[in-house]
Ligand binder design. Structure first.
Ligand SMILES: *Cc1c(COP(=O)(O)O)cnc(C)c1O
Length: 450
């Protein structure tokens, strides 16, 4: 029963290298020397606030060109190694590691958008991101327009105004798994000279690389699958390195103009990587969400096993989703891996190697059934997190999505009986047995014929 698919995942060839994904996840970004020229095999944790200058000239040169290491808020070798690894796996030019996924979204957006300008976002985004767009950015003079149907390119185009500076969506929104046709949204963005920023947290670069489908910037909560073991918070911004000053320079003058003192601007210094260079030099170190070098170490260490975990988690999730879909207590299962999902066709195109580990299912008997399952499971952990090697369960209507009105919850596929799970690497039979005992002990509602 429930055989696990054990075949070796298809090697994925990234845009920057001929080597397979699994090879690159352990070798890309390999750190250089340790202190004193010793050569540790693992990436050393440079747990230091700053670095000694060699001499007077080198100190001045660092402040002039940014070369070398001086202070960890501006750069650290452990952090750099993690950044090179994630950039390679996403097929991007460069990455910037920050302290959380929320910081990654904030830094990516504030590197592009100024007061008086607008963000255009899918409605199906992480609640923290939605709050940032609806409550925090407006206080800085940045408003957000929302697209109801993220798969309607005409709606994206219709909602672009002369002040719009970025299009934003998630590759795999949670909890409904209503996938977004990234290539279609990217075409609309590029027709207007605008970048598409994609939150790729739930897919991970193992399953989907948005840059290959036209995205310009990718963000992650590294707290989830990248780190993978629920021990640390982190975030990452990856840039495709494709900023085209000829096409978009007028929309982003801060990237093309010369500096306050008349020095060369970002495009002149960094070309297509002007966006991420600005994020690295001006946005992240000033706003200050610097990751600890220890965080960088844990993220890079996590990424070394990414494909193994995500392939396994996707396979186990499919087994559990199929089992749930056959249960009489379950009204519906929202998982793009199931043929019943409206996103199944998009999943075949965008997620051929697995559909991820996060999905939701809705119990017929509503909230009291959902409460019973959450309180009865023994193996699943009841908590608000995703992408852990352990399976997790959450009731979105009363927790993560409680700030949405009942109408907004319904539009997002969240009902009183909906539970979201993030499937770990456990044996699927044990997960199914845990859910089965939780469902079996559910007391029939009064008057319910069973
Ligand atoms: C968790 C999450 C975030 C926020 O990340 P933190 O690391 O918790 O700050 C952003 N986007 C998505 C899709 C997430 O799941």
């Amino acid at each position: 029963m429930l055989p696990i698919r054990t075949e070796v995942p298809t090697p994925v060839v990234g845009t920057g290298s001929a080597r397979g994904f699994t090879t690159r996840q352990v070798h890309a970004g390999d750190a250089a020397c340790g202190p004193g020229g010793v050569r540790p095999r693992a990436t050393p944790v440079f747990l230091t606030a700053g670095f000694r200058f060699d001499d007077f000239e080198q100190a001045g040169a660092h402040f002039g060109t940014g070369e070398g290491y001086a202070y960890t808020r501006h750069g650290n070798p452990t952090t750099d190694a993690a950044e090179r690894k994630v950039a390679d796996l996403e097929g991007g030019a460069e990455a910037l590691l920050v302290a959380s996924g929320q910081a990654a979204v904030t830094v990516a957006v504030l590197a592009l958008v100024a007061a008086g300008q607008r963000v255009l976002s899918a409605t199906s985004v992480y609640e923290g991101t939605r709050g940032l767009f609806m409550e925090n950015l407006p206080r800085l003079g940045i408003e957000t327009d929302f697209v109801e149907d993220a798969n309607d390119p005409d709606e994206w185009a219709r909602r672009i105004t002369p002040d719009t500076r970025v299009l934003f969506c998630e590759s795999v929104p949670n909890p409904r798994n209503d996938l977004v046709d990234l290539a279609a949204v990217a075409r609309v963005a590029h027709a207007h000279g605008l970048p598409l920023v994609v939150d790729n947290t739930l897919a991970t670069p193992y399953l989907l690389r948005p840059i290959e489908h036209g995205a310009d910037v990718v963000v992650h909560s590294a707290s989830k699958f990248l780190a993978g073991q629920g021990a640390v918070l982190g975030g990452v911004v990856v840039d495709a390195g494709t900023f085209d000053a000829g096409r978009s320079g007028a929309l982003f003058p801060h990237l093309v103009e010369r500096t306050r003192l008349g020095g060369p601007g970002y495009v002149e210094r960094f070309g297509g990587s002007a966006r991420i260079a600005y994020a690295r030099e001006v946005v992240a170190p000033r706003l200050g969400p610097t990751p600890s070098p220890f965080t960088a170490f844990l993220v890079a260490q996590g990424v070394e096993t990414l494909s193994l975990r995500v392939a396994r988690q996707s396979a186990v999730a499919l087994e559990v989703a199929e089992w749930l879909a056959g249960r009489p207590e379950v009204l519906s299962v929202d998982y793009s891996g199931l043929p019943s999902s409206p996103s199944h066709d998009l999943a075949r195109r965008y997620l051929p190697d697995g559909q991820g580990s996060v999905f939701s299912f809705t119990l017929r008997d509503g909230e009291h059934a959902a409460r019973h399952v959450v309180e009865s499971v023994r193996l699943f952990t009841h908590m608000t997190h995703l992408g852990d090697v352990r399976s997790l369960v959450l009731h979105p209507a009363s927790t993560s999505h409680v700030l949405r009105s009942p109408e907004e919850q319904a539009a997002a596929g969240i009902w009183p009986g909906t539970l979201r799970v993030s499937i770990g690497i456990e044996d699927p039979l044990d997960l199914v047995a845990d859910l089965e005992q939780a469902l079996a002990t559910f007391p029939a509602a009064p008057g319910r014929v069973s």
